[in-house]
Design a protein around this ligand. Structure first.
Ligand SMILES: C=C(O[C@@H]1C=C(C(=O)O)C=C[C@H]1O)C(=O)O
Length: 122
C-alpha cells in the first residue's frame, strides 16, 4: 500500500473500478484511522483533566473557560482551512471535543470531592 508521507498513514491506491477487495482495504484503513482518532481523544481527555487540576491549584476554580474553548475551536478551523477537509465540520467536531474535555474535568473534580482520591495522571 502506498505511504502518504504528509499524513503518516497508509492510503490505499485510488481506482476507478473498486473491487470488493479494494473496498475492504479502504474500510480497513478507515477503521485504523478511527482507532487512532479514538486513542488521541483519550490522550486529549487526560490532558483536559490535568488542565482542570492545574486550574484548581492556581485558584481558577472554573473548569469552563469559554475564551479558551473558542480559541481551540477557531484554531481547529484554521488547521482545516489548510487541509482538504470541511472547516465547518471540523469546528463542529472540536466543539464536541472541547465539551468532552470540560465534562472530563468536571467528572474528575466531582469524583475527587466525593472520594478524596487523586485523579488519574497522564
Ligand atoms: C482544557 C481546558 O479546560 C476546558 C476544556 C478545553 C478543551 O478541552 O480544549 C478548553 C477550555 C476549557 O473550557 C483548558 O482550560 O485548557
Amino acid at each position: 500500500m502506498e505511504r502518504n508521507h504528509t499524513k503518516g498513514v497508509d492510503v490505499p491506491p485510488q481506482t476507478d473500478d473498486p473491487t470488493e477487495t479494494d473496498l475492504e482495504q479502504v474500510r480497513a484503513s478507515i477503521a485504523d484511522i478511527d482507532r487512532q482518532i479514538t486513542e488521541l481523544l483519550e490522550t486529549r481527555t487526560k490532558l483536559a483533566k490535568r488542565a482542570g487540576e492545574l486550574k484548581l491549584q492556581s485558584d481558577d476554580h472554573d473548569f469552563v473557560d469559554e475564551a479558551q474553548s473558542d480559541r481551540v475551536v477557531e484554531r481547529a478551523r484554521e488547521y482545516a482551512v489548510d487541509r482538504d477537509v470541511d472547516e465547518n465540520v471540523v469546528s463542529a467536531a472540536f466543539r464536541l471535543f472541547v465539551h468532552m474535555g470540560m465534562t472530563a474535568e468536571w467528572r474528575d473534580r466531582t469524583a475527587r470531592e466525593t472520594t478524596g482520591d487523586a485523579p488519574d495522571r497522564l
